[in-house]
Ligand binder design. Sequence first.
Ligand code: ADP
Length: 267
Amino acid sequence: GGRGPEKEIPFAKPGSLTRVFAVASGKGGVGKSSVTVNLAVAMASSGLKVGVVDADIYGHSVPRMLGVSDRPTKVEDMIMPPVAHDIKVISVGMFKPADAGNSPVVWRGPMLDRALHQFLADVYWGDLDVLLMDLPPGTGDIAISVAQRMPGAEILVVTTPQQAAAEVAERAGSIATQTHQQIAGVIENMAWLPCPHCDERIAVFGEGGGQSVADGLTRSLGVRVPLLGQVPIDLRLREGGDNGKPLVLTDPDSPAATELRRIATGL
Ligand code: ADP
């Protein structure tokens, strides 16, 4: 005991003006973090105050994608998040012991829940318009914690067009039926590869996954869940992720960036 009452999470207070999006996927590698980062940058460059919580304990790739190498600093009892491209960023990776190197974070449910609470309540976010949370893939402990601690968080589901990926993505989204959260919509990533020699779209990962997740969630929730957009494969999106320069900044007119900006504007 002796820890005192828990600090309140500002975004969970009634009347909070911050919209919170929890970005979820069924499995890893579908581009959930890339989408989160590019949506965040698109929103910030349109003048919104944006924060990102990287709660993907397995991936925690958001700092690299945003080009953040600083660690948070402590000021009195608050944690000051590093800022990149006008976005405040906190990642589970920033709280690993310095000597842990690249070793995986082995955090169990209760510890994860405490970490999540710390990210939300002890970090100085200021007045945000939007907080984006990059969740681990699947329907794990973190998704449940987010739902309990921030029932107002809206879920964004990222999938690829592949049917197998779509099925697990739908399962991840359908926890919203149990938690009574809203699903803002589905984003299909890696939707196609533009042929470098002609106008054709190469369906590298098949077709229809995004729409089928949206339809499936619409059926199970009984409210319309929209397919918000389809982001094509773009080599520069991957490169930008590797070197901390998000595509929506470096190649704003590319089809992928245009689509990501359109999705961000529509949310
Ligand atoms: P997740 O967060 O779902 O695990 P990531 O965002 O880390 O997925 O993406 C996995 C890999 O695929 C990364 O190398 C990323 O740069 C790349 N990637 C994601 N979306 C695209 C895209 N639309 N075009 C090209 N590469 C992409």
